[in-house]
Design a protein around this ligand. Structure first.
Ligand SMILES: *[C@@H]1O[C@H](CO)[C@@H](O)[C@H](O)[C@H]1NC(C)=O
Ligand SMILES: *[C@@H]1O[C@H](CO)[C@@H](O)[C@H](O)[C@H]1NC(C)=O
Length: 574
């Protein structure tokens, strides 16, 4: 019996491979959510806000001069549940450069969030952003010829303090840093300085559209309504425009008409969704024009942003009207949008934009990368995408670093320890990175919406597969047991439907009897979806299924026995 199992397994793999049969024509990488902590100190772990920070930098009534803490001796590359030090950024950028030696990406997408959480004053935020962009601009030169940054919610200060008006001083400031480092220029710089969005064409036939999705978030801060607390600025900080010491703003960044804001919001008040402009900065109208132009010139499109549409641990990311508009835009251009890339969640996830009529089907793939910060108990990660001809994004490989390993190993080798102290440990610390998985190898499907839909169906029927997904979701650290919600998140982007799905879903204590399992599938209201799933699976696993048929009852018995051993099973279908 073991032999048959092996044969079936190999046939299944063979089928997946030959189905893919896609030659890589180029690659691109995704880096996200670096959240670098300049005041990193692992001994001051978890005091508040999921950061490890020296106490004086926590003080929200005073803004101490900016300085980067010396390299930490314990947890040198970062600590779970904390934002990481610069050492981790050096390490990931160096690893990307090493991978690029054999698998050179054409470009890197950076989907936002530069500084650590809850820095105590605007000055610390601005300086951290400057330093990180400088380091990335320098080190990414070894990785790819270009990179495309997006605005994250932490790239404003305070977090989510994004202006609804174009060309805000903060937006201009961040734009000026990207300009100075040669990352953005011309028309891209103009729209980025206005609202943090732009488009690019890194290859013939390909368009990249970078959106500022932060401005659609429910959590946009209402600065004028927020009760404010005055921050006592150190004199050097107050005179930052004149100051030319080591922590002064670097030359070339736009601080004209800029006064360091000495207030922080002591309590957050959000801009009511109903009180917002329909299309802040005219970004959606702009994106529609870009998509129309892409269609008429036969381009494929990659859409990227920071905050993804849909649910984040129980609450909806976008205001409903912006979600609706975004969905319509995506549906209207599903024929040319290849894939959408996001960050923000610090979890590795996927979800889909669906079309409900004439029958429910997924029309756009939304891929969320966990990124570099281990703050949400995820090991640090980054992704390399493979694209076959006609700009078909066919797979990604995720690389990760087991943080627990680095603490012991860096400290066991005195040469490494020394390099670390000198801030040059990337020579060795890149070696801690390893491949975590390839999506196609792991799940047997690619990244097209139909394929994700197929996987979504499979995840509901196979608890083992869902566990694999959750293990990747947390980059091989632990997640929580509430797996069912993830199934709803993949399917329903709006609050109401997502809640209804969660309420309907059940984590079944024991596997349902076989008759019930049959009833759950094709007789449900999503019957047609299930049918599509059935026929696609046939196509994909053709060889494997044929073999299964031949094996007949023997294999069936085996599968049944294996299923019975599974502790739980999940259903999203009514
Ligand atoms: C924070 O800073 C303020 C202003 O400088 C100071 O009065 C206060 O004692 C500080 N708090 C702590 C806990 O150090
Ligand atoms: C928050 O945003 C508002 C509007 O853009 C701006 O006036 C204010 O200075 C910002 N606050 C800080 C501390 O940057």
């Amino acid at each position: 019996m073991f032999i048959w199992q092996l044969v079936a397994f190999l046939a299944g793999r063979g089928a997946a491979k030959s189905f893919s049969g896609l030659e890589t024509s180029y690659r691109f990488a995704q880096l996200t959510d670096v959240h670098i902590e300049p005041f990193y100190n692992p001994e001051r772990g978890h005091l508040k806000g999921g950061v490890c920070r020296v106490p004086e930098a926590f003080n929200k009534s005073s803004c101490v001069p900016f300085k980067v803490e010396p390299e930490a001796a314990t947890y040198p590359l970062g600590r779970l549940n904390c934002d990481p030090p610069f050492a981790l950024l050096r390490s990931v950028l160096e690893h990307m450069a090493h991978v690029a030696e054999t698998e050179k990406p054409d470009f890197v997408m950076f989907t936002g969030d530069i500084p650590s959480h809850q820095l105590s004053c605007q000055f610390h935020q601005a300086r951290t952003i400057e330093m990180v962009i400088e380091m990335m601009a320098d080190k990414l030169k070894k990785v790819a010829p270009t990179w495309f940054p997006a605005m994250g919610n932490n790239d404003y200060f305070p977090n989510y303090n994004v202006s609804m008006e174009p060309n805000s001083p903060w937006q201009q400031f961040v734009a000026s840093i990207y300009a100075r480092e040669g990352v953005l220029s011309g028309e891209q710089l103009k729209t980025f300085a206005a609202g943090g969005y732009y488009s690019a064409s890194p290859r013939p036939g390909l368009k990249v559209i970078v959106l500022n999705t932060v401005v659609w978030s429910q959590k946009v801060l209402d600065w004028n309504a927020a009760p404010k607390k005055h921050v006592h600025h150190h004199q050097d900080v107050s005179e930052a425009n004149l100051y030319h010491g080591p922590d002064a703003p670097l030359e070339g960044s736009d601080t004209s008409g800029w006064v360091w804001d000495e207030d922080v919001a002591s309590k957050k008040i959000f801009v009511d969704c109903d009180a917002r402009p329909a299309d802040p900065y005219g970004q959606l109208a702009w994106a529609r024009q870009e998509l129309l132009r892409a269609r008429s010139s036969g381009q494929r499109v990659i859409v990227a942003g920071h905050v993804p549409p849909g649910n984040k641990v129980g609450s909806n990311n976008f205001c409903q009207q912006h979600l609706d508009d975004f969905k319509h835009l995506t549906q209207d251009f599903a024929d040319i949008i290849e894939v959408q890339l996001y960050g923000d969640h610090s979890n590795d996830e996927f979800r889909m934009v669906w079309e409900e009529t004439p029958r429910p089907r997924a029309v756009s793939s939304i891929l969320v990368s966990a990124g570099v910060t281990p703050r949400k108990h995820c090991n640090p990660s980054w992704r390399m995408f493979e694209v076959s001809k006609e700009h078909q994004v066919s797979d990604f490989s995720q690389y990760f670093l087991r943080l627990a390993d680095t603490d012991i190993q860096l400290n066991m080798d005195s040469r490494w320890e020394k390099l670390h102290r000198l801030g040059r440990d990337e020579e060795v610390s890149w070696k801690f990175w390893q491949k975590q998985y390839s999506f196609r190898d792991q799940y047997g499907v690619g990244l097209d919406p139909e394929e994700l839909q197929e996987l979504w169906m499979a995840l509901q029927r196979d608890p083992g597969l869902l566990r694999t997904y959750v293990s990747h979701m947390f980059s091989q650290t632990v997640g929580n047991y509430d797996y069912f919600d993830y199934i709803c998140d993949m399917r329903y982007l709006s609050e109401e439907k997502n809640d209804a799905c969660s309420a309907r879903g059940a984590l079944l204590e024991s596997p349902p009897p076989l008759e019930l399992r049959r009833a759950i599938g094709p007789t449900s209201s999503d019957a047609e979806v299930a049918e599509t799933y059935g026929s696609m699976r046939l196509a994909v696993l053709g060889a494997s299924l044929t073999l299964n048929l031949l094996l007949g009852s023997v294999v069936l018995l085996m599968v049944r026995r294996r299923r019975r051993e599974e502790a739980a099973s999940y259903v999203a279908l009514p």
